[in-house]
Design a protein around this ligand. Structure first.
Ligand code: MCN
Ligand code: FES
Ligand code: FES
Length: 925
C-alpha cells in the first residue's frame, strides 16, 4: 500500500492505494467515478482515457506507482455534468456520437485535450488525434464523432451558439423524422449511466465476485473436476460445478424439428465434455475478484484430450469423430427449390459462370464493452438476472429449464441501464445462466464480468460459410438459373444453426428475379467458436458469394457491373429466392440514384491511379428482412398516468442502436394528437418484471414489429380518451367515467400473411425488407498489398425515417464494420486473435471520413408510418463492393475474407492466394 496525493477533477485528496493497482481500478473501484470505462484493458481502445497533467493517458495501463505525486487528473465527471454540459458533450448529443455510449467518456476527455492544444483543428487533425490516442468506437463509423468535435470547437470559438447545438421543436410539434436527441444521450456523454461493470461496483456488501474455470483445449472428455483445494483458498465461498445445477444444465437452443442436432447440446457448465476452447467448467464465488481468480488456478480438471475439428472441412472428413456422440457433424440441411430444374437450363444458358469456396470468416463482434452480468434473489424469492441480453424473454425461456426454473414465474431478466454494444452476439444468452447458477448455489447476490480476452474466446462469433455458386445467364445479361451449395461452420452448439443455414437460402442471389434455383446448405458442427447471431446474420456470407459472382458474370458478358445488376434486380412479377413477392421495388431506383456517383468515381479512380497506388470502384446490392421468420409479434402497454403523462412499456432491448429513441418517436407520433409532448412520455423498457415482451432486438425487427404494436397500444388509448368534440379526456375525467387507463397493444406479421420457409426454402418469411446499393472506392498499395477504402456510399431504402440522427448513425456504423469484415477482422487463430487490435478492429484512420448516404423512401404498407428497419442493412454486403473494387483497381480477385495485405500482394505478384477448401460438397444426409 502507498499513499498518493492527487488532484481529481479539482479536488485534492490523499489516496491509500496498492502501487500495482491501475489508475482505472482506483478511479472506478475506490472513488466510484465510474464514468471512466474499461474496454480492452490493454491500451488498445481508449475507453479508459483520462487527462493527467495535461496529457491523455490510458488509465487501464497506468499503475498507481507511476502516477506522479500531486498529479492533476481529469475524468469525464470533471468535464461536465448533466445540468452543465461541456461543449463537447452538447455536440456529442447533437450528432448522435454516443450510440451505445461506452466509448463516449474516453473520446470526450481525449478531445478536450485536443481542443486545448488546437482550438481550430481540421477534420483530418481530429482523426489523427484519435488515431494517435487509439480511441475506438465500434458503433458510429467515427464520422459523427468528428462532426461533434468540429461543432464543439466552433462553439468554443464562439462561432455558433449553444442553441445551434440544441433541438428546435418544429411548429407542428412532430419529432418523427427529426434529429431529436435520444433520451439516454446525456447519461452516456456524462458517464452517469451505469453499464454492467459500473453497477457491479455498486452492489451491496456480501455480493460474491465470480471467476470462471475455462477450458484451455478445444475438445476433450472430462474425467474429473476437483474443487477441494480451491474451496480452501482465502475468501472463497463456493466453487460451483455442474453438480450444483438444479435443472437440466443445458441451454435450450430451440432447434427446428428437422434438425438432427440436439437442442440441448450446450451445457451451462461442462459435465461430460469440453466442446470448445474457453468453455466454462466451474465458477469460483469469492469475496473479491482477486480471491476468486487465485482460486481458479487451484481447480483441478482432468481431461482426455480429443482431436479438435477447427473448421467445417475438418469436421466433414469421413473419419472425423462425432463431436456430440450420436449426432452427425453435418446435422442440418436446408434445400432450396424454386422454379424449374436448373440442370437443363444451365446447358441452355448463353453464359455460365461459377466459383467455389467463397468464404467469409469468423468475424468477431468486438463491442467495446466486454460481457457482464449480475444475479440476485428478490424479496419474493425470484431469481433476477441483469445482463446485456437483447432478448430478455427469449433468453429466460432458453435458460430456465437448464437452471430448473420457470421463465416469468420465478426467473426474470432485465438489461443493465447501459449496454455497450452487442452487434448480435447477445441474441444468444452468454453468461446469464452462469450467474443464475452461482446465485442459486450460494443464495447470495453475484457478479461476473469478463475481461476482453474472455469476451473474445467465450462469446459466439459470425459463422463462416463456404459457398459454391453458379449462374446461368442469357447474352443480354438476364440470369435464368442459379445453383448454390453452402456449408456453415457453426461451432459446437446447434442453437440457431438451422436458422442461419436458412439465411443462405434466403439471401444468396437475393435482389435478383432469378426464376429457377436449386441449392442446398449444410450446418456443420466443429470445435471452433460457437456461432451466434452477428448483425446482418447470414447475409454478409451470402451476398459475398452472389455479389462477387455478379462481377465475374459482368466481365464475361462485357456488361458494366452496375448495369448488369440493373438488368436483374427485382421488378414487378419477380420473386425473391424464397418465392416471395417483394413489398416494394426499390432497387432500380437505388441504382438510378447511385449511378452518377458510380460514373464519377470510375473517372476519378482512372485519373488518380498510379502504378504504386491503384484506385478502383466496386458495387454490390444488399437486402435484409425486418423480423423473425414467419409469424413474428410484439406486445406493448400504453397507460395514462395521474400526472397526465403516458407510460409506454415494452422490452425493445437496446444494444446502443437507439431503442429508447425509436420507442419515444413512434409513440409520440400517435400521442401528439392528444397534445402529449415528448417529455410527457415515460418509457418503461427492458425489464421482464415491468414490461411485456417486444421480442428480441435482432433481425432489424424492432422498429417494424414492436413499432406497430406501439402504434396499436397508443391508438387504443387515444380512441378510448377521445371525446365527441375531438378533444381528449384528462386522467380525472377518464377515471370518473370508469374508462380503462391501460391498453395492451399487439401486432403480428400474420397481417402480412408471413409464412416460415418450408423444407424447400420457399415461403414469405418477412413482411418488410430493407434494400441498399453499395459503392466502394479503394486504393491498393501495389508494393505492400494494403487496401485503403477511400469512400463508401450507400443508397438505402429503409422507408420512412423515424429519427434521422439514429438512422445515419446506424448506417455509418454498419459500413465501418463492413470495412473491418472486408479487410482485417477475424477470429481464427486462438493464439493470435486474442485482443481487440489483434482481431482487426478498425481504428478511425481505417474508416474513410467520406461516408455518404442517399435515401430513397418507399413507404412500407406494413411498417409503422411506412418505416422499415435499418440496423443490419449497412452490413449486408459492403465487403463485397470493397472486394469488387480491389479487383477493379488491380485485377486481384479475393474469394476468401479478410482481404489482408498478404493475400492481395500474393495476387499482385501472380502467386497463388492461399484458400481453404471444403472437401465434401454434397455430404450424405
Ligand atoms: N430506425 C429509424 N428509422 C427507420 C428504421 C429504424 O430511425 N426507418 C431506428 C430505430 O428506431 C432504432 C434503430 O433505427 O433505434 C434500429 O432499428 P431496427 O432496424 O428496427 O433494429 P432494432 O431496434 O431491432 O435493433 C437491432 C439491430 C440489430 S439486429 C443489430 S445486431 C444491431 C443494430 O440494430 N446492433 C447494434 N444496431 C446496433 N447499433 C449499435 N450501436 N450497437 C449494436 O450492438
Ligand atoms: Fe484502457 Fe482499452 S485502452 S480499456
Ligand atoms: Fe462508440 Fe458504442 S458508441 S462504441
Amino acid at each position: 500500500m502507498i499513499k498518493k496525493k492527487v488532484n481529481i477533477n479539482g479536488a485534492s485528496m490523499t489516496l491509500l492505494v496498492d502501487p500495482e493497482a491501475t489508475l482505472a481500478e482506483v478511479i472506478r473501484g475506490q472513488l466510484h467515478l465510474t464514468g471512466t470505462k474499461i474496454g480492452c484493458g490493454k491500451a488498445q481502445c481508449g475507453a479508459c482515457s483520462v487527462i493527467m497533467n495535461g496529457k491523455v493517458i490510458f488509465s487501464c495501463a497506468t499503475k498507481m506507482k507511476r502516477v506522479p505525486d500531486e498529479a492533476l487528473i481529469t475524468t469525464i465527471e470533471g468535464i461536465g455534468t448533466p445540468n452543465n454540459l461541456h461543449a463537447l458533450q452538447l455536440a456529442w448529443v447533437k450528432h448522435g456520437a454516443a450510440q451505445c455510449g461506452f466509448c463516449a467518456p474516453g473520446f470526450i476527455v481525449s478531445a478536450r485535450v485536443l481542443l486545448d492544444e488546437n482550438p481550430n483543428p481540421t477534420r483530418e487533425e481530429v482523426r489523427d488525434w484519435f488515431q494517435k490516442h487509439k480511441n475506438v468506437c465500434r458503433c458510429t463509423g467515427y464520422k459523427p464523432i468528428v462532426d461533434a468535435v468540429m461543432d464543439a470547437a466552433r462553439l468554443m470559438r464562439g462561432e455558433i451558439s449553444v442553441r445551434d447545438l440544441g433541438f428546435e421543436m418544429p411548429g407542428d410539434g412532430k419529432i418523427l423524422g427529426t434529429d431529436y436527441p435520444r433520451p439516454s444521450a446525456i447519461g452516456k456523454v456524462t458517464g452517469t449511466i451505469d453499464y454492467g461493470a459500473d453497477l457491479g461496483l455498486k452492489m451491496p456488501p456480501g455480493t460474491l465476485q465470480l471467476k470462471l474455470v475455462q477450458a484451455q483445449v478445444s475438445h476433450a472428455r472430462i474425467l474429473s473436476i476437483d474443487t477441494s483445494e480451491a474451496e480452501k483458498m482465502p475468501g472463497v465461498y463456493k466453487v460451483v460445478t455442474h453438480k450444483d445445477i438444479k435443472g437440466r444444465n443445458r441451454i435450450n437452443g430451440l432447434n427446428f424439428p428437422s434438425n438432427k442436432g440436439d437442442s440441448y447440446d450446450r451445457p451451462i457448465l461442462c459435465d461430460e465434455k469440453v466442446f470448445q476452447f474457453g468453455d466454462a467448467i466451474a465458477i469460483v464465488c469469492a469475496d473479491t475478484e482477486a480471491h476468486a481468480q487465485a482460486a481458479v488456478e487451484k481447480v483441478k480438471v482432468e481431461l482426455e484430450v480429443l482431436p479438435a475439428y477447427m473448421s467445417a472441412p475438418a469436421a466433414m472428413e469421413p473419419d472425423a469423430m462425432e463431436i456430440h456422440p450420436g449426432t452427425p457433424n453435418v446435422y442440418y440441411r436446408q434445400l432450396l427449390e424454386k422454379g424449374e430444374d436448373t440442370g437443363p437450363l444451365m446447358e441452355k444458358a448463353d453464359v455460365v459462370v461459377s466459383m467455389e469456396d467463397l468464404y467469409v470468416g469468423r468475424q468477431p463482434h468486438l463491442p467495446v464493452e466486454p460481457d457482464v452480468a449480475a444475479a440476485y434473489y428478490d424479496e419474493n424469492g425470484n431469481l433476477q438476472i441483469l445482463s446485456k441480453s437483447i432478448g430478455l424473454d427469449l433468453h429466460a425461456l432458453m435458460i430456465a429449464e437448464g437452471l430448473g426454473l420457470e421463465a416469468g414465474k420465478n426467473l426474470f431478466l432485465s438489461q443493465f441501464p447501459g449496454v455497450g454494444g452487442t452487434f448480435g452476439y447477445k441474441f444468444s444468452p452468454t453468461i446469464e445462466a452462469l450467474v443464475g447458477a452461482a446465485c442459486m448455489a450460494t443464495g447470495r447476490p453475484v457478479f461476473l464480468k469478463f475481461d476482453y480476452y474472455q469476451q473474445i474466446i467465450y462469446t459466439g462469433k459470425r459463422s463462416p460459410f463456404f459457398i459454391d455458386l453458379k449462374f446461368g445467364a442469357r447474352k443480354d445479361g438476364k440470369i435464368i438459373a442459379m445453383e448454390s451449395n453452402w456449408a456453415v461452420d457453426h461451432g459446437p452448439y446447434s442453437e440457431f444453426g438451422d436458422l442461419l443455414t436458412l439465411r443462405g437460402a434466403q439471401f444468396i442471389g437475393a435482389g435478383y428475379g432469378i426464376p429457377n434455383i436449386r441449392g442446398a446448405g449444410y450446418t456443420v458442427c466443429t470445435n471452433h467458436a460457437w456461432g451466434s447471431a452477428f448483425r446482418a446474420y447470414g447475409s454478409p456470407q451470402s451476398f459475398f458469394a452472389s455479389e462477387t459472382l455478379m462481377d465475374v458474370l459482368a466481365e464475361k458478358l462485357g456488361i458494366d457491373p452496375l448495369e448488369l445488376r440493373y438488368i436483374n434486380v427485382y421488378r414487378p412479377g419477380d420473386t425473391t429466392p424464397t418465392g416471395q413477392e417483394p413489398e416494394v421495388y426499390s432497387l432500380p431506383q437505388l441504382i438510378d440514384a447511385i449511378r452518377p456517383r458510380y460514373r464519377a468515381a470510375l473517372e476519378k479512380a482512372r485519373k488518380l491511379s498510379t502504378p504504386e497506388k491503384k484506385r478502383g470502384v466496386g458495387v454490390s446490392i444488399g437486402i435484409y428482412g425486418c423480423g423473425l421468420d414467419g409469424v413474428d409479434g410484439a406486445e406493448v402497454w400504453a397507460e395514462l398516468l395521474p400526472d397526465g403523462r403516458v407510460q409506454v412499456s415494452t422490452n425493445w432491448q437496446d444494444h446502443g442502436q437507439g431503442a429508447d429513441m425509436g420507442l419515444l418517436a413512434t409513440s409520440h407520433e400517435v400521442l401528439r394528437k392528444m397534445g402529449i409532448r415528448p417529455e410527457q412520455i415515460k418509457l418503461v423498457m427492458n425489464d421482464m418484471n415491468l414490461a411485456p415482451a417486444g421480442g428480441p432486438a435482432g433481425g432489424s425487427r424492432s422498429q417494424v414489429v414492436v413499432g406497430n404494436a406501439v402504434v396499436n397500444a397508443c391508438e387504443q388509448l387515444l380512441n378510448a380518451l377521445r371525446k365527441a368534440d375531438g378533444t381528449y379526456m384528462t386522467y380525472d375525467e377518464a377515471l370518473a367515467k370508469g374508462i380503462p387507463l391501460k391498453y395492451t397493444g399487439k401486432w403480428s406479421t400474420a397481417v402480412a400473411n408471413c409464412t416460415a420457409c418450408d423444407e424447400k426454402g420457399q415461403g414469405s418469411p418477412f413482411a418488410v425488407y430493407m434494400y441498399g446499393v453499395f459503392l466502394a472506392e479503394v486504393e491498393v498499395d501495389t508494393t505492400t498489398g494494403k487496401v485503403r477504402v477511400v469512400k463508401m456510399t450507400l443508397a438505402a431504402d429503409v422507408g420512412e425515417v423515424v429519427n434521422r440522427t439514429v438512422l445515419d448513425g446506424q448506417i455509418y456504423g454498419g459500413l465501418a464494420q463492413g470495412i473491418g469484415l472486408a479487410l482485417s477482422e477475424d477470429f481464427e487463430d486462438l493464439k493470435k486473435h486474442t485482443s481487440m487490435a489483434a482481431c482487426g478492429i478498425p481504428y478511425i484512420k481505417d474508416i474513410p471520413d467520406d461516408l455518404e448516404i442517399i435515401y430513397v423512401n418507399n413507404k412500407r404498407k406494413h411498417g409503422p408510418f411506412g418505416a422499415a428497419g435499418v440496423g443490419e442493412l449497412p452490413l449486408t454486403s459492403p465487403h463485397a463492393a470493397i472486394c469488387n473494387a480491389i479487383y477493379n483497381a488491380c485485377g486481384v480477385r479475393i474469394t476468401q475474407l479478410p482481404a489482408t495485405p498478404e493475400k492481395v500482394l500474393a495476387g499482385l505478384q501472380g502467386r497463388e492466394i492461399p484458400v481453404v477448401r471444403r472437401p465434401i460438397k454434397n455430404p450424405a444426409y
